[in-house]
Design a protein around this ligand. Structure first.
Ligand code: WQD
Length: 337
């Protein structure tokens, strides 16, 4: 299939592009480069040995998106483009609603006109908010607790309503848990601008000597060692989940959602210890106050994706640490370096 990947120069987008190409699909990448680098696309070409069509522009610009559809025969879309920093979304809600919802609406309207009705949407486990229990299944209550999560929840609802009104639409929303790690080549990986919000890139930068120590946000949660527990999923397994979703889009009309997670929980201290083992570097860390908005524990029941998409995570947190370290140590300043 010929797949348009929005956010194609980003962390998830580049890894998904590699996985799609290696599965025999063709890709067209679209990215505004707000928080990604064109160098990442060149690295995708190095890894796959294939030239990749790449368009720089904004998904919310109808003329730009229509031009991309006019230039390429697109069979399906993987929509990853969007703002994704939880903390920033609470400070700038209007920017998040405008950017993330406008982009989706524009993309769907252009797809409708172009006669393209297949989409895999990048959703997030954040749509579950603070779950009543774990592991989390897709039928559990959806209740976003920040504007970023709300944009994902609204997007899923928009796609559900669209598919209900127009049966030709086939949509799969993938609810990512915590994507971590890097491609095994070390050529692409997570490259957050500024100070990383997320745990893994922060640990990697401490290991590389770019940051002094990891601040552990609380050790008084109701978890085995008191620190927050999450479902860390290797980004290559996540990318393969998109390939599985793309290849199952034709199976059933309508809109479906699947958890993409390992099904296991890892604490902050366990993640730090795993990274120390994988990198051979000491990771200084200090326990400080909880981060507002954080929840204690969150991990997936990924059995629906296994049943319907034939997908299951194959890589461990240790693999993610080893691959993240290979990326970080080979690219101490990320793509810009
Ligand atoms: C993980 C754990 C922190 C940083 C977020 C978004 C989610 C998704 C993934 C987009 C928590 C602790 C973190 C640090 C720490 N993004 N931590 N020190 O918050 O689970 O999920 O990113 O879809 O939507 O909500 O990920 O990596 O920020 O935190 O102790 O410097 O690490 O308290 O327990 P989170 P995270």
């Amino acid at each position: 299939m010929n797949v348009l990947l929005t956010g194609g120069a980003g962390y998830i987008g580049t890894h998904t592009a590699v996985a799609l190409i290696e599965a025999g699909h063709d890709v067209v990448l679209l990215d505004a480069l707000h928080n990604s680098h064109a160098e990442a696309v060149r690295r995708v070409e190095r890894i796959t040995g294939r030239d990749v069509a790449f368009h720089v522009g904004d998904c919310a610009d109808p003329a730009f998106v229509a031009k991309v559809f006019a230039e390429h025969r697109i069979d399906a879309v993987v929509h990853c483009a969007g703002l994704k920093a939880v903390g920033e979304s609470t400070e700038q809600p209007l920017r998040y609603y405008r950017n993330n919802i406008d982009a989706l609406l524009t993309l769907c309207e252009v797809m409708q006109v172009a006669g393209v009705h297949r989409m895999v949407f990048s959703s997030s486990a954040t749509v579950y908010g603070d779950p009543d229990r774990v592991p989390i299944t897709e039928d559990m209550p959806l209740r976003a607790v920040n504007p970023y999560g709300a944009t994902k929840l609204f997007a899923e609802q928009i796609l559900t309503d669209l598919a209900a009104a127009s049966p030709e639409w086939h949509v799969i929303s993938l609810r990512y848990f915590n994507p971590v790690g890097a491609h095994v080549s070390g050529l692409i990986g997570e490259d957050p601008g500024g100070v990383p919000n997320n745990l893994f890139p922060y640990i990697a930068q401490v290991a590389a000597g770019r940051r002094e120590k990891v601040l552990v946000y609380g050790d008084d949660y109701d978890t085995p060692d008191g620190t927050g527990v999450r479902d860390y999923l290797h980004v290559t397994d996540l990318a393969l989940g998109h390939v599985a979703a793309i290849e199952h889009l034709g199976d059933a009309p309508g809109a479906r959602a699947y958890n993409l997670g390992s099904g296991a929980g890892t604490s902050v201290l366990e993640a730090i210890a795993a990274f120390e083992r994988a990198s051979g570097r000491e990771i200084p860390h200090e326990v400080v106050a909880r981060r507002p908005g954080d929840i204690a524990i969150c991990y997936a029941d990924p059995s629906a994706a296994r049943r319907d998409l034939g997908w299951k995570a194959a890589r461990t947190v240790w693999d993610a640490c080893a691959d993240a370290w290979r990326w970080q140590s080979a690219n101490p300043r990320g793509f810009a370096g």
